[in-house]
Design a protein around this ligand. Structure first.
Ligand code: GLA
Length: 395
């Protein structure tokens, strides 16, 4: 369906699909390990089967033409390899342009322009990493079309670099890494300090991973995110005066207790506490999951939420309501906010035979309380970014 629609659209917009190639990069859901990725800690995300699709074709000149089937009103948006600067009002093409800029900055010069068609099925503003998937998609397009010798880990790093330096959000590596390196039915246990990673199976026998979209996105998300990062960095600097560490992820909970008074700013101390404890929780969560102890995994998810709500302060009343209501529902092993925060989605582990009741009761309670329709998705854990080789036959 998506394939036929996109091929037809590409043909209509750009003349023909001859020489074009098709690609997909997924969104992600993070199971545990939140706001740890820029603090040298661990994360545990998985790639979804939802994501961003793209078809691209080389041009004979330096023009760049972009069209998104999600933003049809904007029409075909034109730019050029000679003008890889962010727009003043932040449009979506700043993400692919930023990645092109970052490739060129690393000496991988684009020999010609591209015609690009995009379609994404990640709900807008849901915090399931639609922008990271667009960055990784662009990186894969460039790697594949121009034979650039970059690994998919580097594609993820380039995506993060461009988001930090072109788009102005100081995000960590988690989202791009999950999109680039995901594996079907597995979550990625990633040490963001070293980029060492392992895959852990997340095919649960008796439970489902349910994502609940609050449909709320509070404004100033990027600036609040950057503030949290600054708080954490301030805390790290204070701790470095009394102990020899590179990141907050270097500390155990006991070490943090020992040194925490060096952080005189109370807010910074709370932020650091979250970063340290969340990292340790994530390590523990993966350990218990590997032993098949989903119950304890769920309890750690709940603790993660409390810490994000009270110490890191990245939740909001709507999301707290969804999580706290979920905790009381039958068959729920764990529930927490997922992603950057200030709205977006929750992730819950729910017994198979209670999923229907969960959706019904949580949806009803949320509607009654906030007049909003929550959306629910089963987390289908899919592959990382890849070429859709069977979309277009090479002539
Ligand atoms: C956003 C960022 C990630 C990560 C999460 C919080 O999704 O892009 O790098 O920091 O927030 O865990």
């Amino acid at each position: 369906m998506i394939k036929e629609k996109m091929l037809e659209e590409f043909q209509e917009l750009y003349g023909s699909t001859e020489g074009a190639r098709a690609y997909f990069a997924p969104g992600r859901v993070n199971l545990i390990g939140e706001h740890t990725d820029y603090n040298g800690g661990h994360v545990f995300p998985c790639a979804l089967t939802m994501g961003t699709y793209g078809i691209a074709k080389k041009r004979a000149d330096k023009k760049l033409r972009f069209y998104s089937m999600n933003f049809e009103k904007k029409g075909v948006m034109e730019s050029s390899l000679d003008d890889l600067t962010p727009s003043k009002n932040g449009v979506w093409i700043d993400y692919p342009k930023g990645v092109m800029w970052a490739f060129q900055g690393r000496g991988m010069m684009l020999p010609c322009g591209l015609d690009i068609l995009i379609y994404g099925n990640i709900p807008n503003g849901s915090g399931l990493s639609s922008s990271a998937s667009l960055e990784v998609l662009t990186g894969l397009i460039l790697k594949d079309m121009f034979d650039f010798q970059v690994s998919m880990v580097e594609v993820a790093q380039i995506g993060q670099y461009s988001e930090n330096n072109f788009n102005g959000c100081n995000c960590g590596i988690m989202d791009q890494f999950a999109s680039a390196m995901g594996k079907a039915d597995h979550a990625i246990f990633l040490d963001t300090n070293t980029l060492n990673y392992e895959y852990a199976p997340v095919v649960l026998k008796d439970e489902k991973i349910v994502i609940t979209n609050s449909k709320v996105k509070h404004s100033l998300v990027d600036s609040a995110y950057n503030d949290r990062r600054n708080d954490s960095e301030g805390a790290l600097r204070a701790l470095q005066k009394v102990t020899d560490i590179q990141t907050l992820g270097d500390l155990t909970e006991a070490e943090f207790e020992q040194y925490k008074d060096a952080i005189t700013d109370a807010v910074q101390q709370k932020r650091a506490k979250h970063a340290v404890c969340e990292n340790q929780r994530t390590i523990r969560a993966v350990e218990v999951l590997r032993k098949g102890d989903i119950e304890t995994f769920g309890t750690l998810m709940n603790q993660s939420h409390i810490s994000l709500r009270d110490d890191y302060e990245v939740s909001c009343v709507e999301v707290d309501f969804l999580v706290e209501t979920a905790w009381e529902l039958p068959g729920v092993l764990g529930s927490r906010i997922t992603g950057g925060g200030f709205g977006g989605c929750t992730v819950s582990i729910v017994k198979n035979d209670k999923v229907e009741v969960f959706i019904q009761q949580l949806g009803d309670a949320y509607r009654e309380r906030y007049g909003l329709e929550a959306e629910f998705y089963m987390a289908d854990v899919g592959e990382g970014a890849h070429v859709l080789a069977d979309w277009i036959c090479e002539k």
